[in-house]
Write a protein that binds this ligand. Structure first.
Ligand code: SF4
Length: 276
């Protein structure tokens, strides 16, 4: 496994070249795209990369290992030069939020752009034909998005079929969470926070710690406010719903799985969204 620690200067010395990059997010769509590209575009010299915020879920690393093993590919792990705690201090202890996604900028986007440098890069993005969203094009203009699933008319049903047939299946976090990303991601629903507490109690505690240890006495929470009241993680009660996706795979019931996945809100934080 290649691990690359990126600063914004890292790639400046490299000569410009043409590259083809598929950013794997740790979610189902980009995993299915990796399978699809191997099968349909073996002529491309694709680089597979994963941008690691340093705060990822164990299930994400496990899924990356599964992708490596099933596809026989190397995935370069891009790491930011400075970690979340450094940037939290830099931003005066203000936790990131949907309105202030400094986490995405510093831990995902900048390291990814530094990895690419000035190279002309075709970036293969796992947006599906049944989705209505665009991809990222950087201001420098050297990253050109490509949408193989859109071009091929591939939908959620196709993604499920690809993952089923390839034997990759879904990342294990899908039984309690609908997206990849940081364990403390503020895009989580209350049920997902409940899932974090159940499956990763230490990570849940750490997320609480961030809410409860602001050096200057101000209050920031991952879930923000409702009616001017801060919503603290510790106040979330109850257990997460039990979603056993394995049973769908075992029965090879793609249609039921599509229905279940279709009910989950997948908007958010894979690299394709990050780079918008
Ligand atoms: S996964 Fe969530 S917390 Fe992590 S960088 Fe992305 S938006 Fe920020």
């Amino acid at each position: 496994m290649k691990v690359t620690k990126m600063s914004h200067r890292t790639n400046c010395h490299k000569a410009k070249r043409k590259r083809h990059i598929l950013a794997i997010s740790g979610g189902k769509d980009s995993a299915a795209l990796a399978v699809y590209m191997r099968k349909n575009h073996p002529e491309l010299e694709l680089e597979y990369v994963f941008t690691d915020s340093g705060c990822e879920l164990p299930e994400t690393y496990e899924y990356l290992d599964r992708i490596r093993a099933v596809l026989g590919i190397d995935i370069t792990v891009i790491k930011p030069e400075r970690d979340f705690d450094y940037w939290l201090k830099y931003y005066n202890g203000v936790l990131p939020s949907p309105q202030n996604r400094w986490c995405t900028r510093q831990l995902k986007l900048r390291p990814y752009e530094a990895y690419i440098g000035d190279d002309l890069t075709y970036s293969y993005i796992a947006i599906r034909a049944d989705e209505d969203r665009g991809g990222y094009q950087n201001t420098k203009g050297n990253i050109i998005p490509r949408y193989p699933f859109v071009d091929g008319g591939m939908t959620l049903q196709d993604v499920v079929r690809i993952l089923n047939e390839s034997g990759l299946g879904l990342p294990d976090y899908y039984k309690w969470r609908s997206r990849s990303g940081c364990y403390f991601c503020f895009f989580q629903s209350n049920d997902e926070w409940r899932g974090l507490r159940k499956y990763h109690p230490d990570a849940f505690e750490k997320a609480c710690w961030y809410e409860e240890n602001h050096s200057d006495g101000r209050t920031y929470t991952w879930r923000g406010k409702r009616q001017d009241m801060h919503l603290h993680l510790r106040d979330i009660e109850g257990d997460p719903p039990d979603l056993n996706l394995d049973s769908f795979w075992e029965k090879e019931d793609d249609n039921r799985l599509v229905n279940v996945l279709g009910d989950i809100d997948f908007g958010g934080i894979d690299i394709t969204n990050i780079l918008r």
